[in-house]
Design a protein around this ligand. Structure first.
Ligand SMILES: NC(=O)CC[C@H](N)C(=O)O
Length: 227
């Protein structure tokens, strides 16, 4: 059986693509580099949109990236069920592309924050969280200036009642996100976005706060292998 292939997208200004590819490989899948200017998804089984400052965060974080040539392929594929995970800038891009509802705005403090953050897994029924248990606590790094999740009261209500709030901040809300939301999914559960960085918490050797991030990558691998 050939290895599951997870595409890792690099935009100009992406920072975390190397860590993302490494995390994919540590979980046992093949990491396939995808460039923002590519016109095809190279037949990958899932896609990871890593963090960073794509297109220099001009206009708003992710606002230009959503128009990258690769997104013309990625948007319909994700709507069709392709598993997609966006972390931090990747989450911002998913919201700007309307693959996830709501928006990420300036942190309430108006300061960039960089620290280890406790979060709670609210839903283990997405493609990227099946290896966790609902209620489980994770410790992951956060580093962002625009992580305050906002959405209309109606959208928030829908997310809550559909079980689309996947992660919530614990031990203090770092950025003023509504309902302490750290991550959400689409209704089908194949698209997940979160502000914390699982790809930076996969190996003890580098002094990561935990190896909790590995669960995202083992979750998707199992799903692809069993598909
Ligand atoms: N680490 C990141 O992906 C940063 C995201 C974005 N550039 C911000 O500051 O909000």
């Amino acid at each position: 059986m050939s290895a599951a292939r997870v595409g890792v997208v690099t935009f100009p200004g992406t920072l975390d693509d190397q860590d993302a590819a490494r995390a994919v490989r540590l979980a046992g899948a093949e990491a396939v580099p995808l460039w923002h200017g590519d016109h095809d998804l190279k037949g990958v089984d899932a896609v990871f949109l890593p963090g960073g400052f794509s297109y220099g965060d001009y206009l708003r974080c992710g606002a230009i990236s959503r128009f990258a040539p690769l997104m013309e392929q990625l948007i319909p594929a994700a709507r069709g069920g392709l598993p997609v995970l966006g972390t931090c800038n990747g989450f911002q891009i998913l919201c700007e592309a309307h693959l996830l509802p709501g928006a990420l705005t300036r942190n309430a403090s108006l300061h960039y924050i960089c620290r280890d953050q406790r979060i709670k897994v609210e839903s283990a029924s997405t493609a990227w969280t099946a290896d966790f248990a609902a209620g489980q606590e994770l410790m992951l790094p956060i580093k962002h200036g625009e992580g305050r999740y906002v959405a209309s009261a109606e959208t928030l209500q829908e997310l809550e009642s559909n079980g689309q709030v996947v992660f919530r901040y614990l031990g203090g809300n770092p950025n003023g996100s509504l309902n302490d939301i750290a991550g959400i999914s689409n209704e089908a559960g194949n698209i997940v976005g979160l502000m914390p960085h699982p790809e930076h918490a996969v190996e003890d050797l580098v002094g990561a706060p935990s190896t909790d991030g590995l669960g995202f990558f083992t979750s998707i691998l199992k799903k692809l292998v069993n598909a």
